[in-house]
Design a binder for this molecule. Structure first.
Ligand code: GSH
Length: 227
């Protein structure tokens, strides 16, 4: 999941769903803005959710929305994206968005797993992630943006693909600040998407955006999920 599956996140929106301002949802960038969040801190909390039959496959993340208890990260993302018009205007756009999202998630998943590597392997993995980003993923999006000259990746309106890509770029820049140096269109794109008012607000200090994972987070995840 994006970020939140390994963040042991249990999201719920029990009473009324709040208005989703344009700038829409996905992964950490959005869900934290509009949902009440509950983070697991202990094994017992997970056990309680499992025992109460709240989790279809006994796993988090779970989002309560529209009378459903949604699980499976991608299903959650797709539901919210569809509901808030972030998933294209037809099947072809939707599939393009989905392909961009899945490719980007392959990169984001490396970042998510990074804190769980042994210290000796972490530095090597930063080099691997940089190489993957620079050789495999960023050239694709640079070419897309250069090719159509528009602000967003698909259909000239914000989509799930933009949100996941922005999240990935920002997370990668935390580790490798000059990662976009060879990608001028992606640089401009990152600035523009980051300046969409709702996203800008979310990126400002004091928002619900998570800090980079630290040792306490890693330990908490191990304590909850390791037998
Ligand atoms: N395919 C699922 C995987 C979810 C998953 O692996 N959740 C882990 C935490 S990150 C979990 O709840 N593990 C508890 C268990 O399997 O008992 C998704 O994408 O949401």
């Amino acid at each position: 999941m994006p970020l939140w599956s390994t963040r042991s996140l249990y999201l719920h929106c029990p009473s009324r769903e709040r208005g989703m301002p344009q700038g829409g949802p996905s992964g950490e960038l959005s869900l934290t803005t509009w949902f009440d969040e509950e983070f697991l801190e202990t094994k017992e909390q997970l056990q309680k959710l499992q025992d109460g039959n709240h989790l279809l496959f006994q796993q988090v993340p779970m989002v309560e929305i529209d009378g459903m208890k949604l699980v499976q990260t991608r299903s959650i993302l797709h539901y919210i994206a569809d509901k808030h018009h972030l998933f294209g205007k037809d099947l072809k756009e939707r599939t393009l968005i989905d392909m961009y999202v899945e490719g980007t998630l392959d990169l984001l998943e490396l970042l998510i797993m990074h804190p769980f590597l042994k210290p000796d392997d972490q530095q090597k993995e930063v080099a691997n992630m940089a190489q993957k980003a620079i050789i495999r993923y960023f050239p694709v999006f640079e070419k897309v943006l250069r090719g159509h000259g528009q602000r967003f990746l698909v259909g000239n309106q914000l989509s799930l693909a933009d949100i996941i890509l922005l999240q990935t770029i920002l997370a990668l820049e935390e580790k490798i600040p000059n990662i976009l140096s060879a990608f001028p269109h992606l640089q401009e794109y990152t600035v523009k998407i980051s300046n969409i008012p709702t996203i800008k607000k979310f990126l400002e200090p004091g928002s619900k955006k998570k800090p980079p994972p630290d040792d306490i987070y890693v330990r908490t995840v191990y304590n909850i999920f390791m037998p």
